[in-house]
Every structure is written in C-alpha cells, then in structure tokens.
Design a protein around this ligand. Structure first.
Ligand code: DQA
Length: 148
C-alpha cells in the first residue's frame, strides 16, 4: 500500500524559513523521518512538493488514477484559501486524506485559524511539528494494513 505526502508552497524552504516557527530541520529531514516511519509500519510513501496550486491538483488526480491508497497533505497557505484543492480531494473520494500543519494554526494569526482543505480530510493534525506526519501515517496505515 502506498501513501502520497504532498507538500504545498514554501515548504521547500523548511530549515531556512521562519525557523522560530517551523524549526531548523529541512524538507529532506522531514521526508527521511516519514520514510523511516513508513518502513516501520510496512507502507510505501511517495513525496511531491509544489508551490503551484494547479500542480498539486494535477498530482492528486494522477496519483488517484495510479492507485494511491491515501494522502497526507500540508498545502501550506493554500489550506486556508483553496476551494480548488478542497474539491480536488473530494474528486478522488473515497480516498482518505489527513491534513498536517507543523505549527498550531489555531493559535496563530486569525487568517490561519480556519482550514478550507481540512474539510475534505478525515482529520487534521496541527502543532505537532514533524511528529504530526508520523501520526498521520499511523492513522492511514491502520485501516490499510488491516485489509492486507
Ligand atoms: C503551515 C501553516 C500555514 O498557515 C502556512 O501558510 C504554512 C505552513 C504549517 O505547516 O504550519 O505554509 O501549513
């Protein structure tokens, strides 16, 4: 079973981007951690990062058509605004998606407190840093591995 991890805009800047909020570890470090957790759980993972809304939408459709088992998504700022990404996740239902935010969006600026895209996800994990991705993988791996 394969899970796709989608990183949205500016997440390629992890490690250098507002380190007081997001820390000093990089996207590569994050993907290493996710890969290790995937190995432990016996699932496969693929990664995709884009700063472009349409590229993320195209990848969601393509992965779904190619038989992906579910998604872990952090659409960055698009989470708060993108009806198109919300609809893209809906368009591949019933494939499950778990939304992750490194920071606790409920405790930040008012414009971050609501997630549009989380409405199309089974749940949202926010404010746990990198550990949130491991938790998301565990959630998605559970129902999948029980059907293997
Ligand atoms: C983020 C939170 C968003 O508000 C922000 O735009 C990001 C990162 C997070 O992981 O905490 O790019 O999604």
């Amino acid at each position: 079973m394969k899970i796709a991890v989608l990183h949205g805009p500016n997440l390629n800047r992890l490690g250098r981007r507002e380190p007081h909020i997001y820390g000093t570890a990089t996207l590569k470090d994050l993907e290493r951690l996710i890969r290790a957790e995937a190995k432990r759980l016996g699932v496969r993972v693929v990664f995709f990062q884009s700063n472009h809304e349409g590229a993320l939408i195209d990848r969601i459709h393509a992965l779904a058509d190619a038989g992906i088992g579910g998604f872990i998504v952090n659409f960055g700022a698009y989470s708060h605004t993108s009806i198109a990404l919300h609809d893209a996740l809906k368009s591949v239902a019933p494939l499950p998606a778990v939304e992750v935010h490194l920071s606790d969006i409920k405790k930040r600026e008012p414009f971050r407190r609501r997630s549009m895209t989380a409405r199309a996800c089974v749940t949202m994990i926010s404010g746990q840093g990198f550990a949130g991705y491991a938790a998301a993988l565990q959630l998605l791996a559970k129902p999948l591995s029980s059907t293997r």
